[in-house]
Design a protein around this ligand. Structure first.
Ligand code: SF4
Length: 395
């Protein structure tokens, strides 16, 4: 199963599809869409010594030169993941008295963590995991749903590729939950890592710096003039967004700035909201396997004090993912800092204020919290019997 996965999800596979597309009759050609993660862009920018906007524009030129039709940014779909996570947390908070597993809510955007949870502590942990889809899989739903409709194409006529900072995203895209039975197509057909994009550039003999910039595409048809990001760090900013939203919605508190308190190490930090000495909200970040194991043990002993935990498998989070480019001649710490500096240099957007996101909620999803939004933007998890598992997890 793993060999098939590696073959289906590689830059070689993308090249094969692009070559077949060029040779095919017009009515058989696929519309090729590539969605690039902001973590990958930061890694490429650091490697090519370019700004983030230039990197995005030149990467668009490169990919379109290969035969790709549209290049999107998964920061857009992350708005939906953040908004849905915020609302899901508030729903769970209200349910905690009648449902003991409603809290803590655990983040769901990291497939390394999800695989581990399903395989090792399945039915015990699963109810705690947020059902909100990751930005990659929300992008899959948007591209094969909304965008396909706009293009008057069935979902299987679109070939959707994502560029991600880790290999585990390939596993995520291959989950049966993200396979459209009616059209026999996946929401994300192929995932390539940032390192594989570099291999593609090398294979084509192209240096990103030498290319002309191209305008950036957006799903709603208007060209994007600038890039934006979200506050709260390189793993998506889930903790910060949910914390601010919950403080406002549940306790009427406007949080001006967030203070992270390191616990055992920099990959295990805590954030609390207190009023008159009473803890109203207690959130944590737990990155890396050791901290995750520690969290799971706390949960099992009924001693986990948190309402929400942003769980990520990689130490330092997604900017340090295994699929990122290793910079030459720099120590790994400096190289990570460089990628972090670039990543954090963008304007931070507030998901609630994004006009295009509002329009999609209103016109395509039928409003905030609608049944359709739940159906399109959420997923489920499955306890996996250890003995029958075909996947292996590498930490
Ligand atoms: Fe991938 Fe690592 Fe981010 Fe998890 S933390 S999504 S494994 S890069």
């Amino acid at each position: 199963a793993e060999t098939v996965l590696v073959r289906q999800q590689s830059h070689e596979e993308l090249c094969k599809v692009l070559a077949l597309n060029k040779a095919a009759a017009a009515h058989e050609q696929k519309l090729v869409v590539v969605s690039v993660s902001p973590q990958s862009r930061a890694s490429l920018a650091a490697r090519c010594k370019l700004g983030l906007l230039e990197t995005a524009q030149k990467l668009t030129t490169f990919l379109k030169g290969l035969g790709v039709h549209h290049v999107f940014d998964t920061t857009f779909s992350r708005n939906f993941s953040l908004l849905e996570s915020q609302q899901e947390f508030v729903r769970r908070f209200h349910k905690q008295a009648e449902d003991k597993k409603a809290l803590p809510m655990l983040a769901s955007a990291c497939p390394g963590w999800i695989c581990y949870a399903e395989k090792t502590h399945g039915s015990f942990i699963i109810p705690h995991i947020s059902t909100t889809k990751s930005p990659q899989q929300v992008m899959g739903s948007l591209v094969k749903g909304y965008f396909a409709e706009q293009q008057h194409l069935p979902p299987d006529r679109i070939y959707h590729v994502t560029v991600m900072p880790c290999y585990d995203k390939k596993l995520e895209a291959s989950r049966p939950d993200f396979f459209n039975q009616e059209y026999q197509t996946r929401d994300v057909d192929c995932v390539i890592t940032t390192g594989e994009v570099l291999k593609l550039l090398e294979q084509e003999g192209v240096s990103l710096s030498d290319l002309d910039p191209a305008p950036l595409d957006t799903m709603l048809g208007r060209a994007a003039e600038e890039l934006s990001s979200h506050r709260g760090g390189g793993s998506g900013g889930y903790l910060e967004h949910i914390f601010r939203h919950a403080a406002r919605e549940l306790f009427g508190v406007h949080v001006a700035s967030i203070h992270y308190k390191p616990l055992r190490n920099k990959d295990f930090q805590e954030v609390t909201l207190e009023r008159d000495g009473e803890v109203l909200l207690q959130f944590a970040l737990a990155y890396g396997f050791r901290n995750i194991q520690n969290l799971v043990q706390k949960l099992k002993r009924g001693k986990c004090p948190y309402h929400y935990v942003e769980v990520m498998a990689c130490p330092s989070g997604c900017l340090n993912g295994g699929g990122q480019i290793k910079l030459e001649g720099e120590s790994s710490k400096e190289e990570l800092q460089q990628v972090e500096r670039l990543y954090e240099s963008l304007r931070a957007e507030i998901p609630e204020e994004n006009q295009a996101v509002r329009e999609l909620y209103e016109h395509w999803l039928g409003g905030w919290g609608s049944d359709r939004a739940l159906q399109v933007l959420h997923t489920q998890y499955h306890a996996v019997e250890r003995a029958s598992s075909a996947l292996s997890i590498k930490w």
